[in-house]
Design a protein around this ligand. Sequence first.
Ligand code: ZN
Length: 190
Amino acid sequence: MSVLPIRIYGDAVLHTPAETVDEITDEIRELVADMYETMAAAPGVGLAAPQVGVGKRMFVYGWEDEHGTEHRGVAINPRLWQAPLVPESFAELEEDEEEGCLSVPGERFELRRSPAVLLEATDLEGKPYELRAEGWLARILQHEYDHLDGVIYVDRLAVPSHKQAFKIMRKRGWNVPGKSWLPGEEKLEG
Ligand code: ZN
């Protein structure tokens, strides 16, 4: 197993819809093991294959809720249904709606997400499963699922957060191809 470099916003693979996983091969199993290790090293609560440069429809997640229950898994070829936002959903954003992304490291912005989702996916044994999630886990699943469609959460931000995010990225020299960082190393590469 190894920790993989994480691509930074601007790298083409992050902005391209990923392809279906046709078969769960040893290569896929190894990739998943590396993704778990990379997510733990980052550290993060989710990591999608495009973030480590692989344009495949799969992600891992790992998050401990306030009761100490660990939610951890791999979603291969997932489908996601989101509960619709009702008018009350468009009230002011709150601080606990802050989201971050390992491909925009060190930054967090508030984003409204659907409060509940249903995920259908295949596990590493090729077995289909369903996962119903609310709250933070629902947010994680929406965030990771977005990655498979080439969408990063900062793309969804409303003005003025959107402007602010792109200003910060420009300052850091991001939003250009070929940048990555390796968890465990201090400096950004590329
Ligand atoms: Zn992300």
